[in-house]
Design a binder for this molecule. Structure first.
Ligand code: ADP
Ligand code: MG
Length: 714
């Protein structure tokens, strides 16, 4: 039988007994939260007072790092980490591959007597030199200068990664070339945070606010994922190698009944989630929400929001913890944007805001002055997103996400902003200037009037918008489930910095008595010019696609189209002006991302071919033989009944086999030629044949676990 893995897997799952809930956590989260993080509390305990103060200033105020304290900090980290059972340390960084990277070194230093000491110097803490020549750099590094170096990011605390035998001290770092160019996602993220802080402070100064500290970007990243049983996963080479199913029919029951969303969580999954939360809390990651998502076997985890840089690191760690804990529970966590055709894919909801020492700048205020400030920052975001909608789309472009954004699944590739009815009314009032507004019975004068009460009720929200204002933050919903949040937030910070720069430049010239009038004019101008980006309707409809086209909004359906925008003079100017990415860095990113995309498609193409030819075709021909033999047998015993219908079904299978083989030849040529577009087209053709065969062939010999099994059996 060729079906052993699939059928055996199901039998093994059925035989499992461990499904009961545990008795609850043995210790209180209060006792272990942040236990494996070199956080402020630990620093105070391990560092001399003066050193602690200096380090804290670096972290909180974004002050320059005093190199003189590095030895003390390293020493403290080493003692702390060794106390936790660590044998190794690593600089933990985020290369352009989109994942995290680490290379472990042990603390062990042999001396001349054949003994050892355990060492970790300030120099090693601050700077590392991983042999990183294999990371993509998009032509920034030639091999003779291949090394690159990692540089400590003190704003994201060091943490301990545990394994069964020991532990590793992980030091979050930026990754640069020897000439100082960014080779990672953290470096431009930190630069963009600096840029938006500077411009936001200029605008705040116009409102008479001069905070000492920074204006920080905040992020709460909601993470969607699928869980399937290990047994079935292992019988799917496509899941193993590409993270998604290249074949498979949507089962009769999937998400039509909406019976999974927010449903009660199965014991096995809850056990998994409980362990995930425990791990995350140990790492000081504020896991908050967990629930069933829309598709069967789909779930979500959301932490409390944090300062952007930390939140991005934490999201990377969350993905790793999800994967690792799933394995411990005989499950596999799928983070791909579209693991299963025909059911919902997975994204990340990127909740972004700006926070000054005085509070959230995207939160409507309680008095006219506060509101004027809020509306100014709101208009800055509107201007920013409208001016650079194409770039925002580019930041979420990858092969996996094309299945969500470009296809018939939300959110669409067209970027628009949802403001909600009330806020849109306010915006329209500002645009009209002194005209009367029917809805609120008056006109809003900036700096004089208060805002109407804006609803914060989640039920009122538009779920189809890619970029929605949700009361005190913007939720960018187009980010892919596997993607790092760094990219989209680098862009958000930079484009909002540009808009704030523009506003500040105008406001700085205004005399105090004219301030409100002049501000109203500036905001009116922004709204007039950029309101085309605002759309409160259903983003999933064809009518919106047409309307968006009329408005001139970009609709970049595929990754290559979207990535091309990175090469535009507009993009170059933007990133260079705010010191976020040089022209060279930007071009290198375009190259790396495009190559990554093409590589993914090439792998999927080759694997489609392999599975179709070596797993599906043999099953199909075996089925043919069985049916053909049966027809012969029937004829031999002189029974004609049933022969005609079996012949008919045999013909259908034969046609599908022809289709499969025809597409296989075409796919082979496309992969050999490296023709990405043709590979995608031929993969769709071969899939149609395979999925057709799945519906005809004896279930006993079908080799791949079916959707209905993967999504419901665990
Ligand atoms: P939902 O959007 O599903 O209704 P919430 O409003 O509770 O849920 O928030 C979703 C995410 O947005 C959470 O991670 C939350 O911490 C985050 N969030 C809330 N306020 C902010 C903020 N000011 N900046 C960034 N993220 C925020
Ligand atoms: Mg949300």
């Amino acid at each position: 039988m060729g079906n052993s893995l699939r059928k055996l897997g199901i039998a093994n799952i059925a035989a499992r007994t461990e499904t009961s809930e545990k008795a609850g956590m043995e210790k209180s989260v209060l006792d272990f939260y942040g236990e494996d993080v070199f956080n402020a509390k630990t620093m105070r305990e391990y560092l001399p007072k003066q050193v602690y103060k200096k380090l804290l200033a670096t972290i909180q105020k974004g002050a320059m790092l005093d190199a003189g304290i590095a030895d003390d900090v390293a020493n403290a980290m080493r003692r702390w980490a060794i106390g936790k059972g660590a044998t190794h340390y690593t600089h933990w960084f985020q290369p352009l591959t989109g994942s995290t990277a680490e290379k472990h070194d042990s603390f062990v230093e042999p001396d001349s007597m054949g003994e050892i000491t355990l060492d970790f110097s300030g120099k090693t803490l601050i700077q590392g030199e991983p042999d990183a020549s294999s990371f993509p750099s998009g032509g920034i590094r030639t091999t003779f200068e291949a090394r690159g170096y990692t540089a400590w990011d003190p704003t994201s605390p060091a943490f301990i990664k545990r394994d069964e035998r020991g532990a590793t001290l992980c030091v979050p770092t930026a990754f640069c070339s020897y000439t100082g160019e960014a080779l990672d996602k953290k470096t431009p993220l930190l630069r963009s945070m600096q840029a938006v802080s500077e411009q936001a402070k200029r605008v705040l100064a116009c409102f008479g606010e001069r905070p000492e500290g920074r204006v920080v970007s905040t992020l709460g990243a909601e993470q969607e994922y699928f869980l399937i049983d290990k047994e079935l996963y292992l019988a799917r080479p496509d899941l193993i190698q590409t993270g998604r199913t290249l074949f498979g029919n949507t089962p009769p029951k999937h998400q039509q009944l909406d019976d999974h969303y927010f449903g009660s969580i199965k014991a096995r999954v809850l056990n998994f989630m409980a362990e995930v939360d425990e791990k995350l809390w140990t790492l000081g990651i504020p896991a908050k929400t967990r629930h069933n998502e829309v598709a069967p076997a789909q779930f979500e985890i959301a932490p409390m929001f944090e300062e952007l840089n930390l939140a991005v690191d934490h999201n990377m760690m969350i993905m790793e913890v999800l994967r690792n804990v799933a394995e411990k529970h005989e499950l596999r966590c799928l983070l791909h944007e579209k693991p299963f055709a025909g059911v919902n894919g997975s994204g990340k909801h990127n909740n972004w805001s700006l926070s000054a020492p005085s509070g959230n700048l995207l939160e409507p205020g309680k008095n006219p002055r506060e509101n004027a400030k809020f509306l100014t920052f709101l208009c800055a975001v509107i201007q920013a997103v409208d001016t650079h909608a194409d770039l925002l789309r580019a930041t979420v472009a990858c092969a996996g996400n094309d299945h969500r954004l470009g296809a018939n699944e939300a959110p669409p590739a067209i970027i628009s902003i949802f403001l909600g009815e009330q806020l849109t009314d306010v915006i329209e009032q500002i645009e009209k200037g002194s005209a009367k507004s029917a809805k609120s019975g008056g006109t809003l004068r900036i700096g004089v009037d208060t805002l109407p009460e804006l609803p914060r009720d989640a039920t009122d929200r538009n779920r189809t918008s890619p970029f929605a204002f949700t009361g005190n933050k913007f939720e960018f919903r187009a980010v892919g489930a596997t993607q790092s949040c760094a990219g989209p937030n680098i862009l958000l910070n930079t484009i909002v910095a540009e808009a704030l720069d523009d506003i500040a430049t105008k406001l700085e010239k205004v005399e105090k008595p004219n301030f409100n009038v002049k501000l109203q004019k500036i905001l009116q101008g922004i709204i007039k010019k950029h309101k085309k980006i605002i759309f409160n309707g259903d983003n999933y409809t064809d009518a919106w696609v047409k309307e968006a086209k009329k408005r001139g909004l970009p609709n970049l359906k595929t990754t290559p189209e979207a990535l091309k925008v990175l090469l535009s003079p507009k993009a170059e100017k933007l990133f260079a002006k705010y010191g976020v990415l040089s022209e060279k860095e930007l071009r290198s990113r375009h190259e790396v991302y495009l190559e990554g995309y093409e590589t993914v498609i090439a792998i999927e193409g080759e694997l489609s071919l392999e599975i179709a030819k070596t797993m599906i075709l043999p099953a199909a021909t075996r089925h043919q033989t069985m049916v053909a033999k049966n027809i012969i047998n029937l004829k031999e015993v002189g029974v004609q009944t049933g022969v005609a219908s079996q012949k008919k079904s045999l013909k259908l299978v034969g046609h599908l086999i022809d289709d499969l083989c025809g597409s296989a030849d075409a796919l082979q040529s496309a992969t050999e030629a490296g023709a990405t577009k043709s590979i995608i087209a031929e993969m769709a053709n071969i899939r149609a044949a395979v999925d057709g065969l799945e519906k005809e062939i004896d279930d006993q010999i079908w080799p791949l676990p079916k959707y209905g099994e993967m999504l419901f059996i665990y």
